[in-house]
Design a protein around this ligand. Structure first.
Ligand code: GLU
Length: 511
């Protein structure tokens, strides 16, 4: 029987979860569900210096908003609980000691000053990347260089120490990445990474590998910033004797700045005016880290997920389909269809998706958004009128708040007029047309879009004025701006009295 697929998303609670992290979570989830497998969330909080209170809650809320459901996590438990590495702390030391006993790791007692001294010495000798490795370790204070009884004495006296991996000097480390293919690294390029820190906490590398093994992870799907760590992890699997059950690796392509140069960062979001976080984030300790989120910016979760899914994956040649629900994504997903190349972040694509998903919502649902803004602005509007406005504007909006923004002139009689349009469109012909329309309108009882269209046509025909020449001026008089939804429909919603009032006002104000 095939082994059940078990994947994990393993964020560190060091701040707001970046959009790239959400994509990693999403791809893990899609793969797990596609394969009938299990999706796990593990909190990797072994680096206490980078811990940020509230970050874990933020991760939880973000995934909930996205609809990424976890089978095992710190919040809903599971067969391998606990799922926070800080709570798993007692179990890591035994693994590190096992490596020491078997000669694959060693104690190192070097002080920060001694390490600094080594770096300076190597830099002076023009060593390209000065590191603690198979060569330099021979000159340092560790259990490979110190006499055994001294090592014992130092350990017994409680002297601070770390445990380092003893990386072989000459060995080829190979791994097959599901996205990148075969990767080969020479062990001389890997340094003797610290596995256990002097505070008794494991480092990311040890905890990550031990936990992936204990949690029976079958596939490690993560950002490609972890690719350089993968050979080291492969060595750890080998030394632990877990090669048979080593997970398969898939390193996801990097998300690039909108310009395509370099990795997408929070600063790019600030610069180009979009968020790189799923939810609004407030960092009480460092307010400058606070940021808005896709949710608060008005993106629907369906649009956000659909947009994210396509940042690195596609359904394959021949498929024109762009709109995918979560269920459809699960159905269509495969790791083979994830590309290697970095993906340029294009916020316009996210907007496009949002527009499409808003269009799919019912008028009643969308009208609720309009009422939120009306209420906030202390404006009242009848339900039926609000629905008509929503219906009219539906095709034009990218965000729910656009209903109010675009439709503001339905609720407030314009008192100012777009100066650009006044300059280019306000002229005697428009004024003549407006006077004619005003006269004809006052004879009507009520108007519909069709009747007002007919009315304007016949007025202009009588006056010998071409419709195309004056309509933008007429729109200006009624809405204060030069563009918007269908003008006849707009006038019908406003009603005869309001339209007359606005025509008169514009003639008075603009002269
Ligand atoms: N804790 C790592 C992170 O913050 C996890 C990397 C991995 O998935 O192995 O991204």
């Amino acid at each position: 029987m095939e082994k059940q697929v078990r994947v994990r998303f393993a964020p560190s609670p060091t701040g707001a979860l970046h959009i790239g992290g959400v994509r990693t979570a999403l791809y893990n989830y899609l793969f797990a569900k596609k394969m009938g497998g299990i999706m796990i969330l593990r909190i990797e909080d072994t680096d206490q210096t980078r811990f940020v209170a509230g970050a874990e809650k933020y991760i939880q809320e973000s995934l909930e908003w996205c609809g990424i459901k976890l089978d095992e996590s710190p919040w809903n438990g599971g067969q391998h609980a606990p799922y926070r590495q800080s709570e798993r702390k007692p179990m890591y030391m035994a693994y590190a000691l096992r490596l020491v006993e078997e000669g694959n790791a060693y104690y190192a007692f070097d002080t920060p000053e001694e390490l600094e001294e080594m770096r300076t010495r190597l830099e002076a000798a023009k060593v390209v990347s000065p590191q603690y490795n198979a060569i330099t370790r021979t000159q340092m204070k560790n259990s490979l260089t110190l006499p055994e009884d001294e090592v014992k004495r130092r350990l017994a006296s409680g002297e601070p120490y770390v445990i380092r991996l003893k990386v072989p000097r000459k060995e080829e480390v190979r791994l097959q990445d599901m996205i990148r293919g075969w990767i080969m690294v020479h062990s001389s390029a890997i340094d003797d990474k610290v596995l256990m820190k002097s505070d008794g906490m494991p480092t990311y590398h040890l905890a990550n590998v031990v936990d992936d093994h204990l949690m029976e992870i079958t596939h490690v799907i993560r950002g490609d910033e972890w690719l350089p760590s993968a050979p080291l992890h492969v060595l750890l699997y080998k030394y632990f004797g877990w090669e048979d059950t080593m997970p398969q690796f898939a390193h996801l392509p990097v998300l690039l700045k909108p310009t395509g140069e370099g990795k997408l960062s929070k600063r790019d979001g600030d610069k180009f005016g979009f968020s790189v976080f799923p939810l609004q984030y407030h960092d009480p300790e460092n307010p400058q880290n606070s940021s808005s989120g896709f949710r608060e910016d008005g993106y629907t979760k369906e649009a956000f997920i659909n947009f994210l899914a396509f940042l690195g994956w596609n359904p394959g040649q021949g498929s024109q389909k762009e709109m995918f629900s979560m269920e459809e994504l699960i159905e269509a997903f495969s790791i083979e269809r994830i590309g290697k190349a970095g993906i340029k972040f294009d916020i316009n694509k996210a907007k496009w998706y949002n527009q499409q998903y808003l269009k799919l919502k019912s008028t009643t649902e969308l009208t609720e958004f309009l009422f939120i803004d009306l209420k906030a602005n202390h404006l009242v509007c009848e339900q039926s009128k609000a629905e008509k406005i929503t219906d009219l504007l539906k095709e034009r909006i990218v965000f729910p708040t656009d209903l109010y923004k675009e439709g503001i002139y339905f609720f407030k009689t314009p008192t100012t007029y777009d100066p650009e349009i006044v300059k280019s469109r306000w002229n005697d012909e428009v004024k003549t047309a407006l006077n004619g329309i005003k006269e004809a309108l006052s004879l009507e009882s009520e108007i519909t879009a069709a009747s007002v269209k007919e009315l304007i046509h016949s007025v202009l025909e009588k006056l010998g004025i071409k419709m195309g020449k004056v309509m933008q001026g007429v729109r200006l008089a009624i809405t204060g701006v030069g563009a918007g939804a269908d003008l006849m429909e707009t006038m019908a919603i406003l009603g005869k009295t309001e339209v007359l009032k606005r025509i008169e006002l514009s003639l008075k104000v603009l002269g």
